[in-house]
Design a protein around this ligand. Structure first.
Ligand code: VTB
Ligand code: MG
Ligand code: MG
Length: 332
């Protein structure tokens, strides 16, 4: 007998993994947080990678990193293709960024986080570490409202019309990069409000899902493909629309993508093509942020703030951790 509203096919991942995943991002975040503001991105990132890998390898899964710290020849740990877990549980794909926004962490600015998503095998896009063009909005809009085949102006006007407000009341979030000069000029010309962020488009995209809190209605522009898959995993859980297109502007990139199964270099991926099936995502704040508080170090206690979500049940949980057995963090 089952009292679940989920069909058996949607219940591939064990519920217990939801909480297990929280531990993984908590440990990575705490390790990285020790490096906040110290100007050393590499050490901060390495600390997060070590902790995340150690904890992932305790999980009862037969996991493979499909979105990781880089491609096999350039990343020594948590590279694409690395097997993680005890090997005793379900076969899963893993997308991770142990320290999303290393630069932000090194400067102790807002919104760096540790993030990992776990999905049924074969359901996360296997993408090389290249850029991705992205557009995203939150839930509650008509299907296919925004598209990468539309201009920024068209997308923002579509959001304004759907909300029944003038474009001046629509706010777009864009990574502050020289490559976005034309996009930024177009948005300003249109008169929409613009939120330029220094880094962190996973958080930027998640912010679109709660415009009433964040003031952000639409995310536009080019960021990392790995971050695109992680953002899509989050949107699958909380709702919202997104499209992504890999930027495969050299033969080398097209070849690398082809080896990962990308046969059409211009393909526009829907959110469920970036992250399909049953997905669980956990993220813990490293520095203070709008989405999550940072790690707090007390005299005998460490406090963490984590969000964990699952697509099959559409549950989002906020978990505040108080940790007093500090040895478990392997901090010295
Ligand atoms: C992007 C963005 C990330 O770094 O990957 C960006 O998606 C890297 O782009 O959120 P640049 O080469 O322009 O710096 C982040 O901002 C942080 O990892
Ligand atoms: Mg990283
Ligand atoms: Mg990143």
């Amino acid at each position: 007998m089952t009292n679940s509203i989920l069909t058996p096919g949607e219940l591939v991942l064990e519920r217990i993994l939801t909480l297990e995943l929280v531990r993984v991002t908590e440990r990575a975040a705490v390790s990285a947080a020790r490096w906040r503001g110290r100007g050393n991105e590499t050490e901060a990132d390495q600390a997060a990678v070590d902790a995340m890998r150690r904890e992932l390898n305790k999980l009862p899964i037969t996991g493979e990193v499909v979105i990781g710290e880089g491609e096999r020849d350039e990343a020594p740990m948590l590279y694409i293709g690395e097997k993680v877990g005890t090997g005793d549980g379900p076969e899963v794909d893993i997308a991770l960024d142990p320290l999303e926004c290393t630069t932000v962490c090194a400067k102790n600015l807002p919104n760096s986080l540790a993030v990992v998503a776990l999905a049924e095998k074969g359901s996360l896009l296997n993408a090389p570490d290249v850029y991705m063009d992205k557009v995203a909005i939150g839930p509650g809009f008509p299907e296919n409202l925004v598209s990468l085949d539309k201009t920024a102006t068209e997308n923002i006007k579509a959001v304004a019309d759907a909300k029944g407000v003038p474009v001046e009341q629509v706010s777009a979030c864009v990574l502050d990069r020289p490559r976005h000069a034309a996009l930024i000029a177009e948005i300003r010309q249109l008169g929409a409000s613009l939120r330029l962020i220094p880094d962190g488009d996973i958080a930027g995209i998640i912010h679109c899902t709660t415009p009433e809190e964040t003031g952000i209605d639409i995310y536009l522009g080019i960021g990392g493909a790995p971050e695109g898959v992680l953002a899509a995993a989050a949107l699958r859980c909380v709702g919202g629309q997104m499209q992504g297109r890999l930027i495969l502007d050299t033969k080398d990139k097209r070849d690398r993508a082809l080896r990962m199964g990308v046969t059409d270099p211009n393909k526009v991926y829907r959110v469920d093509e970036l992250a399909g099936g049953d997905v669980i995502l956990a993220a813990t704040g490293v520095t203070e942020g709008n989405l999550l508080n940072g790690v707090h170090f007390g005299p005998h206690v460490i406090t963490t703030d984590t969000v964990v979500m699952r697509s099959a049940s559409k549950t989002v949980r906020w978990i505040k951790g108080k940790h007093t057995l500090l040895e478990k963090f392997h901090l010295d």
